[in-house]
Design a protein around this ligand. Structure first.
Ligand code: DTR
Ligand code: ZN
Ligand code: ZN
Ligand code: CA
Length: 461
C-alpha cells in the first residue's frame, strides 16, 4: 500500500468554533447551522451498494479440453528413447538435445504451427531454442508458454524437464486439434541450455526487440510438473497469473502452495527481468515433502519431491502420472483462458450515486465502488469522475483509494478557491493496481464553515 503524488499538507483538524477565516465574508447561514448541530466527527461511508453503470458483455470462454496424460507420456517415452540412444542424456551440446528438438518440431510442424529454430553458442557448442506460433490471434497481445527441453549431462531429464516440455507440447497439439481461434496470439517455446543458467531463454528474450517484448502479455513457465512425490506449487510472481492457475486447482479440489524456491532459477527469470508478467507451475525437486504437505497432497513425507533430480534415475519411471495429468490440464486451462480473453469495451464504468454527507472540518468520508469482471490491472488512464456539491470547494481534499489501500491524490485543499462544487474527471495512472476490488473516493473538509456532500462518482476503465 502506498500513497501517490507528493503529500500535500492537510490542515490539522479544526474545532468547528467560528474563527476569523477566509469565510468571514460568507453568508452566516452555514455558520449558524454548523454551530447549532455541532459536527459529528465520524468516518461515514455510503451504505448503498454502487451500481455498475454498464456491464461489459459477458463473452463465454471456450472450455479447455482435457489433456490425455497418455499422450504426454508418449512424448516422454520418445524423449527417453532419444536419451537412451544418445549416451543417456539430452544435454546442451550433445546429440540427444538436437534429437529432442527435432522430435518436438516435427510434431508441431505436422500440426500446423509456424516453427522457428533459434540457434546460439554456449561453451563452444551450438544450442537451439524452438519457437512455435499458432497462426492467428492479435499479434500485439501474445500469450506464451515455455519449458526447457535440455537435461543435465548426468541423466535423461524426463521430469526435469521432459515433463514440462511434453506438457506444453501436448497442449499445443490440443490447440491444433481444436482448431482454436484465440483472440490473443499463442506462442510456445522450448529452451536450450537452461541447466547452464537459462542460456537459451536469455538469448531469446535479449534478442527480442523491446517492441516485441512489450507485446507479450504473459509468459507461463513449466519446469518439472510430474515429480514422483509431487507437490502443487504455483508461481506467485504475478497476481493475475497466480490466481488464474490457483483457480484451476481450486476447481478440482487441489490445494496449492506458492512456489518460492525457484525464483530466478528457471526460464521465467529472463522474462520477468524484462518486465513481462510471469506465472507457472512446479511439482518439486530435491526439497523434502513435509508431513503437512503429505497430508494434503498424498505421497511420502520426509522424502524429496523428486529424489532423482539431476540424476541418472530421472527416467520415464520417475514420474507421477496424476501430477503430470493435473498440471497438463492446468496448462490447457491457462492457455484457453488467457488466449481467448477479450478486452472489455472501452468505457466500461462503475458508478456510485449514493449521497455521502461531508462533515464540516471533520474526518474524511468515503464512498465505495466494487469493481468486478475485470482482468488484470487497472489502466494507466483510469478515469475518475467526481460530483461533489459543496460551497467553497477550497475546503476539500479528495483522494482515490485503490483496493489495496494505495491512495491517489485527486484534489488538494486550496483556501482561496471560493467556487462551489467539485465536478471534474481526473485521469489516474492506476496500472500498478489490480482492477477488481473495492475502490473508494475519500473526501475531507479541512476548513470550518461551508459543507456539502458527495453526490456521485464514477470509475471508467
Ligand atoms: N528445474 C530446475 C530448476 C528449479 C529448481 N527449483 C525450481 C522451482 C521452480 C522452477 C524451477 C526450479 C532445473 O532446471 O535445474
Ligand atoms: Zn535441472
Ligand atoms: Zn528444470
Ligand atoms: Ca467547510
Amino acid at each position: 500500500m502506498d500513497a501517490h503524488c507528493a503529500q500535500v499538507p492537510v490542515l490539522p483538524h479544526q474545532n468547528p468554533e467560528p474563527r476569523l477565516s477566509h469565510h468571514a465574508l460568507r453568508s452566516s447561514r452555514l455558520r449558524r447551522s454548523a454551530l447549532a448541530t455541532g459536527v459529528a466527527v465520524t468516518l461515514a461511508t455510503a451504505l448503498l451498494a454502487p451500481v455498475a453503470a454498464e456491464a461489459a458483455p459477458r463473452l463465454t470462454t471456450p472450455a479447455a479440453p482435457d489433456i490425455p496424460v497418455a499422450n504426454v507420456k508418449a512424448h516422454l517415452a520418445q524423449l527417453q528413447s532419444i536419451a537412451t540412444a544418445n549416451g543417456g542424456n539430452r544435454a546442451h551440446g550433445r546429440a540427444g538435445y538436437k534429437a529432442s528438438i527435432d522430435y518436438v518440431k516435427g510434431k508441431l510442424d505436422a500440426a500446423g504451427f509456424t516453427t522457428t529454430l533459434q540457434s546460439f553458442s554456449y561453451n563452444g557448442s551450438t544450442g537451439w531454442n524452438l519457437i512455435a506460433d499458432w497462426p492467428g490471434g492479435d499479434t500485439t497481445h501474445v500469450v506464451m508458454a515455455g519449458s526447457h527441453l535440455d537435461s543435465v549431462t548426468g541423466g535423461p531429464g524426463i521430469n526435469d524437464n521432459g515433463s514440462g516440455s511434453a506438457g506444453i507440447l501436448e497442449v499445443a497439439l490440443a490447440v491444433s486439434r481444436a482448431g482454436l481461434q484465440p483472440t490473443k496470439h499463442l506462442r510456445f517455446g522450448w529452451w536450450g541450455a537452461e541447466e547452464y543458467g537459462m542460456v537459451g531463454s536469455k538469448n531469446y528474450v535479449n534478442s527480442l526487440p523491446s517492441s516485441e517484448r512489450s507485446k507479450i502479455d504473459a509468459y507461463l513457465n513449466f519446469d518439472m510438473i510430474g515429480s514422483p512425490n509431487p507437490g502443487y506449487f504455483v508461481y506467485d510472481d504475478d497476481a493475475k497469473l497466480d490466481s488464474l492457475l490457483k483457480d484451476y486447482f481450486t476447481g478440482v479440489g487441489i490445494a496449492t502452495e506458492p512456489e518460492t524456491e525457484g525464483d530466478g532459477r528457471s526460464d521465467h527469470a529472463p522474462f520477468k527481468n524484462a518486465g513481462i508478467p510471469v506465472g507457472g507451475l512446479f511439482s518439486g525437486a530435491d526439497y523434502i515433502k513435509t508431513s503437512a504437505q503429505a497430508s494434503k497432497w498424498g505421497g511420502t513425507s520426509g522424502k524429496a519431491f523428486d529424489a532423482c533430480y539431476h540424476s541418472s534415475c530421472d527416467t520415464s519411471a520417475n514420474l507421477d502420472d496424476t501430477a503430470l495429468d493435473r498440471n497438463s490440464d492446468a496448462i490447457a486451462y491457462a492457455i484457453w483462458t488467457l488466449g481467448t480473453e477479450t478486452a472489455p469495451p472501452p468505457g466500461t464504468s462503475f458508478e456510485n450515486t449514493a449521497d455521502v454527507s461531508i462533515p464540516d472540518a471533520g474526518a474524511a468520508v468515503e464512498s465505495p465502488i466494487a469493481v468486478t469482471g475485470r482482468t488484470g490491472n487497472a489502466p494507466s488512464t483510469l478515469k475518475v469522475g467526481v460530483d461533489i456539491k459543496h460551497t467553497w470547494r477550497g475546503d476539500l481534499v479528495v483522494d482515490l483509494v485503490a483496493p489495496d489501500g494505495s491512495t491517489y491524490r485527486l484534489k488538494n485543499s486550496s483556501g482561496n478557491d471560493s467556487a462551489d462544487n467539485v465536478i471534474a474527471t481526473y485521469t489516474v495512472n492506476a496500472s500498478s493496481e489490480v482492477a477488481n476490488g473495492t475502490w473508494k473516493l475519500r473526501v475531507q473538509d479541512v476548513a470550518a464553515q461551508d459543507t456539502g456532500h458527495i453526490d456521485s462518482w464514477k470509475l471508467t476503465f
